[in-house]
Design a protein around this ligand. Structure first.
Ligand code: PGA
Length: 247
């Protein structure tokens, strides 16, 4: 199990205390659940220092697809690694929607992140209109197939995040989660063979203290990508504890 926080565009140096609390949480539950948090670029180095020597994994939320160059305002994967990131989230729906990232962009970023020694969490998920018109599985299949770079299974994590569940308080039924995670699992085993069975598939979208136990118990759900409920230890700890309870 892996519980990964996604701080999005939240967090100042004053919030490093929360990173320290997450590090304690990660150490307490070490062996039962891995704990990670994707922080804004500005906090990477300081957060990595807070997590140093603990079980907490610090990561980023995006990267540029090139190593360096004339890209004003962008941050490359080697820069993230240099600042202390161990992984990066890629292809989050907020970036696909608001920054216009395509599957090909996500794949190029994945290649850059892997080349820099980062692990990657690739996000996929359908919009509400796509679900309502019966296209959810086709959309996720296309995103997954087209966004995945060639890599060892150990360095890859997938997050299934229905766009309509992100930040809305709404979640799919456990049957819908089971069906989509099962579909993702078959795509992974088609591509990686038996290694595809070990790739973690996280659920993301309004996961919180009240629904985590139920969502994490679904077949092929091996953790969560948590936005809003990862901003405080009070909200995040019960999710980590629920995951630890399920082993
Ligand atoms: P949420 O965000 O938990 O606030 O719904 C999840 C995500 O976007 O990764």
């Amino acid at each position: 199990m892996l519980i990964a926080g996604n701080w999005k565009m939240n967090g100042l140096r004053a919030d490093l205390d929360v990173v320290r609390q997450f590090a304690d949480l990660a150490d307490t539950h070490k062996g039962a659940v891995d704990v990670a948090v994707g922080v804004p670029h500005t906090l990477l180095q300081a957060a990595a220092e807070c997590a140093d020597g603990t079980a907490l994994r610090i990561g980023a939320q995006d990267c540029h697809h090139e190593e360096s160059g004339a890209h004003t305002g962008c941050v490359s994967a080697p820069m993230l690694r240099d600042a202390g990131a161990r992984f990066t989230i890629l292809g989050h729906s907020e970036r696909r929607q608001h920054q216009g990232e395509s599957d090909a962009d996500v794949k190029a970023k994945a290649e850059a992140a892997l080349a820099a020694g980062l692990e990657i969490i690739i996000c996929v998920g359908e919009t509400e209109a796509e679900r309502d018109t019966g296209k959810a599985e086709a959309v996720v299949t296309r995103q997954l197939t087209a966004s995945l770079a060639a890599c060892e299974a150990e360095r890859l994590t997938i997050a299934y995040e229905p766009v309509w569940a992100i930040g809305t308080g709404r979640t799919p039924t456990v049957d819908d989660v089971a069906a989509m995670h099962g579909r993702i699992r078959s795509l992974l085993t088609e591509r990686w063979g038996s290694g595809g069975k070990d790739i973690l598939i996280l659920y993301g979208g309004s996961m919180n203290a009240s629904n985590a136990g139920e969502l994490l118990a679904v077949d092929n759900v091996e953790g969560g990508l948590v936005g809003g409920a990862s901003l405080t230890e009070k909200a995040f700890a019960p999710i980590v504890e629920a995951a630890a309870g399920l082993g």
